[in-house]
Each structure stands twice: as structure tokens, then as C-alpha cells.
Design a protein around this ligand. Structure first.
Ligand code: CP
Length: 337
């Protein structure tokens, strides 16, 4: 029995559901609470496995995953690549800046071209909302939304929720505040859909130019004064000011924003003793968070990054193997030979 077949019999697969119907992961809005729990349970198992072993699994042996990113990324792109390789898949890295997109190829033709190389799954990031949805209707392979403009970033929402669960257990009744550039944040939308389905109370907080009262229609509390809400928050998720998506400046100066909304040592004094400080990253030190808080004992920012790998392993394996993994995966089969 070789290394791969040995690792396939480690018990990692026990959290696979009997049935998983979804071919794509495009958003958290359309997922049920049960589907969220299935992904989170599996991600937790992958995390436990990775804490014990760095050996590759063979669950996705013979599969190929392509990252097609039209926007920059450090965390998402690298963790999808690593997740695919840890599961035994081959990977393709597509970079828009050095591709034939610059010669006028459409995004649908680009996606079909990559799919024609026997690719099983596309991980797509694009500045235009709905791009992964459009591609899912035009290719036969699976599609994951890795961030579509300000719309959604489902695996970011999942890894944020997994991180909260690991520190707080059940989300029911927890108060989670999303602070900052809510208007342009795909992380905010995915967090809201996921957190609300799992029973958390969600507050969106920031300057009125970045937090419309309309957010109340999603069932969240809208707040403009961080100091007023801070004492009742269990979790703060500090969202980056996305200057690259703004056409006008939403506040007079970065210094004024930081005075009103940056999480700093002084504000920590009025927070709960066990508050979790989160940020999807990249973080702007000194804007939404000061370095002492970002690197302090309440920060779980690097836990979020670590959980991103586990969540992406869970999503990749569910979409490419679904409920058949226990009985028909190459890893499970070969482990019994
Ligand atoms: N949080 C997040 O999506 O980070 P990247 O842009 O680095 O992928």
C-alpha cells in the first residue's frame, strides 16, 4: 500500500453526506442551513486531518481544477491551489494579464477553452457580479465563485463562520458585527447569508456613505457608531476599505475613518473580554485595525487563513465527489485493495 492509499483510509471521509446535489458553489444565499453544516463538518474533519498529517489524499486523483482569476488574490488563489493538490488533483493557474483575453477573447470562450483541456472544475474570480453564474450556465464542469465584484465570496463566508464556530461553538444568539466598507464587500454579503441562517445576530456598521439603511431588508441591524455597539459584540469582522471599487471618496480622510472605526487598543477596553477580532484580509494596518490589535491575543486572522484551506478542501471534494465519496472515490477504493 503506497502513501496515498494509506492516507485515504484515515477516516477523513466519515463526514461525507450520503447525498450532495449541488454541482456549483456560487453563493451562500441559496444554501440551506443543513448544506452549510455539511460543508462546515467536512471542513472541520479536513482541518483535524491536516493537524495530524501533511500527507496528500487521493480523493481527487485524476481530477483537474483550474483557477481563473481576473482580480488579484493571495489567500483565495493559493489556498484553492493547495487544497486541490492536497486532495490529489492536478491544477491549472490562469492569469488574465498574460492570457489571450488581452487579444479580445470573451470570458465564456476563455472558460470553454480551459474546460476543453479536460478540466473538471473552475474557480473563478472576476470584478463583475454574476460572472461565475454566467460561466456555470455555459460550461459542463463545476464552477466555484471565488469572489464576483461586491456580490459574494462564499468560501470566505464559510471560513469566517468555521473560525467563529471553533472559538464559540454554536452561533445561535451570537452578535457578529461587520465593520467598514459594507457597500463594496462581497465578504459582508456572504457572511450575512451564512450567519443569519445559522442563528447569529448580525450588525453592519460603518459610515452612512458605505452602509445604507436598506441593509435592514436582509434582516441585519444597521449601525453608524462603533463605540455604541461594541460592548455587545461577540465578534468583530473588520472589512477593508475598497478604494479600488469606489468612484468618490466616502469620507473626508483615512485619518477620520480610523478615528471613528479603526479597532485599536483604546476601543478594546470597552469590548467583551473574549471578543474575537477577525478580518478577511488583506488588512490595511492603521486604517481598519491597528497593528497591536491585528497581532494581539484576540485576533484570529491567521486562523481564518488556515481554515480557508480546510473549507476549500471540503468544497472541492463535495462538488467533485459529492455523496459518492465513501463508496466510489479513488482514494477509498484503492485503500481497500
Ligand atoms: N480574503 C480574500 O479574498 O483575500 P485575497 O484577495 O488575498 O484572496
Amino acid at each position: 500500500m503506497d502513501t496515498e492509499t494509506t492516507t485515504a483510509s484515515t477516516g477523513v471521509l466519515s463526514a461525507f453526506p450520503d447525498h450532495w446535489q449541488r454541482r456549483h458553489l456560487l453563493d451562500l444565499e441559496s444554501l440551506s442551513a443543513e448544506e452549510l453544516h455539511v460543508i462546515l463538518r467536512l471542513a472541520e474533519e479536513f482541518k483535524q486531518y491536516m493537524n495530524r498529517s501533511r500527507e496528500k489524499l487521493s480523493l481527487l486523483k485524476g481530477k483537474t481544477c483550474a483557477n481563473i482569476f481576473f482580480e488579484d488574490s493571495t489567500r483565495t488563489r493559493n489556498s484553492f491551489s493547495l487544497a486541490a493538490r492536497r486532495l490529489g488533483a492536478d491544477t491549472i493557474e490562469f492569469s488574465a494579464s498574460s492570457s489571450s483575453v488581452s487579444k479580445g477573447e470573451t470570458i465564456i470562450d476563455t472558460a470553454k477553452t480551459i474546460e476543453a483541456m479536460n478540466v473538471d472544475l473552475l474557480v473563478v474570480r472576476h470584478r463583475t457580479p454574476g460572472t461565475p453564474h454566467l460561466l456555470s450556465q455555459n460550461v459542463d464542469c463545476a464552477v466555484i465563485n471565488a469572489g464576483d465584484g461586491p456580490h459574494e465570496h462564499p468560501t470566505q463566508g464559510l471560513l469566517d463562520i468555521l473560525t467563529i464556530q471553533q472559538h464559540r461553538g454554536d452561533l445561535t444568539g451570537l452578535t457578529v458585527a461587520l465593520v467598514g466598507d459594507i457597500a463594496h464587500s462581497r465578504t459582508a454579503r456572504s457572511n450575512i447569508w451564512g450567519l443569519k441562517k445559522l442563528g447569529a445576530h448580525v450588525i453592519v456598521c460603518g459610515p452612512s456613505t458605505l452602509v445604507s439603511q436598506d441593509w435592514e431588508t436582509l434582516g441585519v441591524e444597521v449601525a453608524y457608531n462603533l463605540d455604541e455597539i461594541l460592548p455587545r459584540c461577540d465578534v468583530l469582522n473588520l472589512l477593508r476599505i475598497q478604494f479600488e471599487r469606489q468612484y468618490t471618496r466616502p469620507f473626508p480622510s483615512v485619518r477620520e475613518y480610523a478615528l471613528l472605526y479603526a479597532m485599536n487598543r483604546e476601543r478594546m477596553k470597552s469590548a467583551k473580554d473574549d471578543i474575537l477580532i477577525m478580518a478577511p484580509g488583506p488588512i490595511n494596518r492603521g486604517v481598519e485595525i491597528t497593528p497591536d490589535v491585528a497581532d494581539g491575543p484576540h485576533s484570529v486572522i491567521l486562523d481564518q487563513v488556515n481554515n480557508g484551506l480546510a473549507v476549500r478542501m471540503a468544497v472541492l471534494s463535495l462538488l467533485l465527489h459529492g455523496g459518492t465519496a465513501n463508496s466510489a472515490s479513488p482514494g477509498a477504493d484503492s485503500a481497500t485493495q
